[in-house]
Design a protein around this ligand. Structure first.
Ligand SMILES: [Zn+2]
Length: 255
């Protein structure tokens, strides 16, 4: 058994000014994974569980954006400032800006004892940029884990969410019901369904996701890196399924 690497996300969250202090894993080929999955499949939870289990750095672009959003604008890099500006306007951040932001943090990709990329790449262009960087550094990707769930299941999961008007606590009508229907357990506030969680809005979001990731999935499938995982059941069940596939892959890589 190899000792998992000590992971450190300061460099990823703060950007180019911070250095990654992660200790490289003893494992000869540390896990270098990309996680894909539509909103509602539970990818974020799996990313956390996998990070703990594999001792790799969790490189989430969402977390990097949130961390940058809390910094003063003079300590943000130009790429990050530009990205946040697009997001404020509700526009899609262009590939070149997203890549610039990841490139500033390439130390985390190159020097970490393995990584789990979450939220990146989102487009074919971003995937090609990453491939180029990794080839230059003579690194190889272990796998692209793709969490799959039928559309109806995703709609059921997301449309059951209810949010407290006052404290913003999130409940679920079947998976995490409040003690009294429509009333927040924490503060007694009224629970409502966010606009984003209505089935029509979910369908629109999922269609947009499909459109941008379908070419990405094809790209990794052709490279023989795609590892589809059925995202049904509890987080622990999904995690067990993922580990089983990764262990099989690991045996194949070592053989
Ligand atoms: Zn509440």
């Amino acid at each position: 058994m190899s000792t998992p690497a000590k992971s450190d996300r300061a460099a990823w969250l703060q950007g180019p000014s911070a250095e990654c202090s992660a200790v490289p894993a003893e494992r000869k080929n540390p896990w270098r994974l990309i996680l894909l999955g539509a909103p509602g499949v539970g990818k974020g939870t799996q990313a956390e569980l996998l990070t703990e289990r594999l001792g790799a750095c969790h490189l989430s672009t969402g977390d990097a954006f949130r961390a940058a959003g809390m910094q003063s604008s003079c300590s943000q890099s130009p790429a990050m400032r530009a990205a946040l500006e697009y997001m404020r306007r509700g526009e899609l951040v262009p590939d070149s800006t997203v890549w610039e932001m990841v490139r500033e943090r390439s130390d985390c990709i190159v020097n970490c004892g393995g990584f789990i990329l979450d939220g990146f790449p989102r487009t074919l262009g971003q995937a090609e940029s990453l491939k180029e960087l990794m080839e230059k550094e003579e690194l190889s990707l272990s796998a692209v884990v793709d969490y799959e769930l039928p559309l109806d299941d995703i709609i059921q999961r997301l449309s059951g969410r209810r949010t407290c008007e006052k404290c913003k606590s999130v409940f679920h009508v079947t998976e995490r019901p409040p003690k009294v229907g429509g009333v927040c357990d924490r503060c007694g506030g009224h629970l409502f369904q966010r606009e984003d969680d209505r089935p029509e809005a979910i369908t629109v979001r999922l269609e947009a996701y499909e459109r941008s990731t379908a070419p990405l999935i094809q790209f990794y499938k052709e490279l023989g890196l795609l590892l589809p995982i059925v995202a049904k059941g509890s987080p622990d069940e999904i995690m067990a399924r993922t580990m089983e596939k990764l262990e099989a892959l690991s045996m194949r890589l070592l053989a």
